[in-house]
Design a protein around this ligand. Structure first.
Ligand SMILES: [Zn+2]
Ligand SMILES: [Zn+2]
Length: 285
């Protein structure tokens, strides 16, 4: 087998960097539009996977572990594997075109994930086009070339924000629209590695907090609704000022709540509840 070496331009964007669309155009000499942008000048194909949601956008590229299931080009009718950049991508194992991958979770913010390779042969799926007509699309399973999974550069908060936008859209739909959407967003479920901030909570503080409460929820003042396997009243330790809001992990900032009240504190965040709990161990300073 003969390997043809074609010099690739050095890309001045680092994996994990967030850049603007104009920076991409400048760097790759490609079009400012579309999800698949071919540049003959730099012999590259730039792929953009947009996760930003809107009411009309039904499909999102699925990410399953470190494989991206990238939908090909063609807005209307059946997609063809011989069409424009679908062909470039399908042949990317042999055509010496480097394929660069960007993900967008927020409008205008492109996160560079580095080079991608075809992980498997492209396959077909049925998706609705813009006018709601079912048609065949090509899905390209792509894997990131970088050894250290660059997905870990993506902050969990970004993925969470997209999810929350989807929740808002879901709430705004009628039951009929919702049913249609629910049926289309089937399995397998998307999963990805992200960068998460984990707060260390002292188990001693948590245990002390529960023991101190003596089996009584400190918000509703009712006994714990059930006992655990060891027969002890089940309560949960909660930080009055959340750790994510820089609340201290200290016994003055923790209370023991029944699961119901605990959920209530996180869902409703009612001021009167917070005040009641924060008054419990208020130290004079
Ligand atoms: Zn309670
Ligand atoms: Zn809590």
């Amino acid at each position: 087998m003969t390997e043809i070496y074609i010099e690739q331009p050095t890309i001045d964007i680092k994996i994990g960097d967030t850049v603007s669309n104009s920076r991409i155009v400048e760097e790759f000499k490609c079009s400012p539009q579309g999800g698949m942008r071919r540049s003959k000048t730099t012999n590259t194909l730039v792929l953009v996977s947009k996760h930003v949601v809107s009411k009309s956008k039904v499909y999102d590229d699925k990410t399953i572990g470190n494989i991206y299931h990238y939908t090909g080009q063609g807005m209307k009718g059946d997609q063809s594997l011989l069409f424009a950049q679908n062909k470039t991508l399908a042949e990317s194992g042999t055509n010496n075109v480097n394929v660069h991958f960007f993900e967008v979770f927020k409008e205008g913010e492109y996160i560079y994930m580095g080079l991608v390779n075809l992980a498997d042969t492209p396959y077909q799926d049925v998706q609705d086009d813009e006018e709601g007509n079912a048609r065949k699309v090509w899905i390209f399973p792509l894997q990131l070339a970088a050894k250290d999974n660059p997905q870990s550069y993506i902050d969990h908060g970004l993925v969470q924000e997209v999810y929350e936008d989807q929740e808002r859209i879901a709430k705004s739909l009628s039951i009929t629209e919702l049913e249609a959407r629910a049926i289309k967003s089937g399995s397998p479920a998307s999963s990805r590695k992200t960068h998460t901030r984990t707060y260390y909570r002292s188990p001693f503080i948590a245990e002390y907090t529960k023991r101190r409460a003596n089996g009584i929820c400190q918000l509703c003042n009712q006994p714990a609704p059930f006992t655990d396997k060891r027969g002890e009243p089940y309560l949960e330790s909660h930080h009055v000022i959340w750790l994510s809001a820089d609340g201290p992990d200290m016994i003055e900032n923790t209370v023991a709540l029944c699961p119901n009240c605990h959920k209530r504190m996180h869902v409703k965040k009612e001021r009167a509840d917070v005040e009641k709990l924060s008054a419990l161990y208020k130290t004079t300073n």
